[in-house]
Design a protein around this ligand. Structure first.
Ligand code: ATP
Length: 472
């Protein structure tokens, strides 16, 4: 079982050279006007990020802690949580058979999160999910939270892999104990509440949670092939091919479209980032970590909700940072950052790089404006015609998502459709390329002959036939 790495792995070319040994700054420097406001916003965001980092905080905090955060404290505090769970469940949210015992039924009343009260045991433990498991079972499943079972660590606490008594493999998120402030508890219950309302193949499923003494534990579907950041860092076997990256982008776009459009009440994720994209064995993506998710106001006239700024360094919408107004377009911005991360393999902020290249979005959009999208491709990606075309289109789509003002960003549904189109066109390119290649002695030779030399970057293998198609 591999632990999540907190340290960036330096990129290496096939000649063994580290990424930093190449001079990335030799490729164009002019900036176009359109980027100026993006960059300004990113700079402002980065300042906050750096401030947060230097203060030792993992999450961004708002400048104004006193801003209205209506809804949280009134709906998710302990008192109301304990006040009103009753026996009813919505089949659309719970109880889809996973082979687990269903302990009881629950309901949500409006935006209130209701509790079942204490269970019959003498301890204070109680659970609120569709699945019946005791704290003892969780302890058994993790050998009492032994480090050998640990699979990750985040702002919430430590994540363990465990096998419940009936054989179900689950991920168990154990809350950090010194986090038990009021706002933390709110966040904990926020995650549960949000997760329990949704069900989609590209979203991590909630199995349940429990409180036991000073322990708070969330039990969710285990997704077995690490997170996207680990794949981009090469910690999970072969590097992802372009078609696989595109497939992951489509999966995430589907998950966000579902959250924004098809749930009873639209949900904004608020923390879209590579480490929250979990990968299955078949390289499909599932979006996790709804710790910061907020339900959008049920007021049909409302265009945004005012809220404390939350999110992760480098992914946060500058419009949201500026206005504290949260809309689904804040997720669209983060998704744009994620698209660039998929294409480049770089983290959104890379402090070890030359100053002008540290903000990956800024660096990549500069290349787009210079019509040099190919130069931002992850060195581990093959440079064939299909892959380069995908990179150009995905980068252009990312720039739409990263528009400085939210009104001009496309909706996730539109983004998903554009990604499908990119995949369709990629398949057509692969088919036509392999047809034309069949008369050539070598795919590599044919590729170099057709494309300009700039596409044949040093020591990166090009093989037109190597791209793999994902099934739709
Ligand atoms: N359901 C799961 N299945 C498998 N691994 C998981 C699961 N949930 C989390 N992990 C692993 O644990 C890591 C930490 O997850 P967690 O959601 O606690 O934090 P994070 O999202 O990475 O960071 P933060 O909480 O600070 O935003 C993830 O990056 C992932 O590698």
């Amino acid at each position: 079982m591999s632990m999540r790495s907190k340290t960036p792995t330096p990129l290496r070319f096939s000649n063994g050279k580290a990424d930093s040994e190449y001079n990335w700054s030799d490729v164009g420097t002019s900036e176009k006007a359109r980027n100026v406001s993006v960059l300004g916003a990113i700079r402002r965001a980065a300042k906050k990020v750096f401030a947060a980092l230097f203060l030792g905080q993992r999450k961004l905090k708002p400048a104004d802690e006193c801003r209205s955060d209506a809804g949280d404290s009134s709906t998710l505090d302990r008192e109301s949580t304990l006040s009103g769970w009753t026996g009813y469940s919505s089949p659309s949210t719970f109880g889809r058979s996973s082979g687990r015992k269903v302990s009881g039924q629950y309901r949500f009343s409006g935006s209130r999160f209701l509790s079942p009260g204490k269970d019959s045991s003498s301890s204070k433990s109680w659970h609120l999910g569709p699945v019946n498991f005791s704290f003892g079972e969780i302890q058994r499943a993790t050998a009492n939270f032994a480090s050998v079972h640990q699979i990750g660590e985040g702002g919430f606490g430590t994540v363990f892999k465990g096998k419940l008594d009936d054989g179900t493999i689950v991920a168990i998120k154990r809350a950090r104990k010194n986090n038990y402030g009021k706002s933390w508890l709110r966040e904990f219950k926020n995650e549960i509440y949000t997760l329990s309302k949704i069900e989609h193949m590209n979203l991590v499923k909630l199995y349940g949670f429990l409180e036991h003494g000073d322990e708070r534990v969330i039990v969710v579907e285990h997704v077995g092939n690490g997170n996207l950041r680990e794949h981009l860092d090469g910690l999970r076997g072969n590097r992802l091919e372009m078609a696989e990256r595109l497939g992951i982008a489509i999966d995430v776009a589907h998950a966000l479209t579902y959250l924004h459009t098809y749930t009873d009440t639209p949900i904004i994720h608020r923390d879209i980032k590579a480490s929250n994209i979990l990968i299955t064995d078949k390289l499909r993506a599932k979006v996790a970590d709804f710790g910061f998710a907020r339900l959008v106001s049920e007021d049909p006239g409302a265009t945004h909700i005012s809220t404390q700024v939350k999110g992760s360094a480098g992914y946060v919408d500058p419009d949201y940072l500026r206005t504290f107004q949260l809309t689904d377009k804040s997720d669209v911005y983060s998704f744009g950052v994620l698209l660039i991360e998929l294409l480049t393999g770089r983290r959104p902020i890379e402090l070890q790089r030359p100053r002008k290249d540290r903000l990956t979005v800024k660096w990549a959009l500069r290349r787009l404006n210079e019509d040099e999208a190919v130069l931002i491709m992850d060195p581990f990606l093959k440079r064939n015609r299909a892959a380069i075309e995908v990179a150009e289109k995905m980068l252009s789509l990312a720039s739409e998502c990263l528009a400085p003002t939210r009104a001009t960003r496309p909706a996730m549904k539109v983004i998903a459709e554009k990604l499908w189109a990119i995949r369709r066109e990629m398949k057509e390119t692969v088919v036509s390329s392999s047809a034309s290649n069949s008369s050539c002695s070598s795919a590599t030779h044919s590729f170099i002959g057709r494309e300009s030399d700039r596409y044949a970057l040093p020591r990166i293998e090009d093989n037109e036939n190597s791209i793999q198609l994902l099934s739709p």
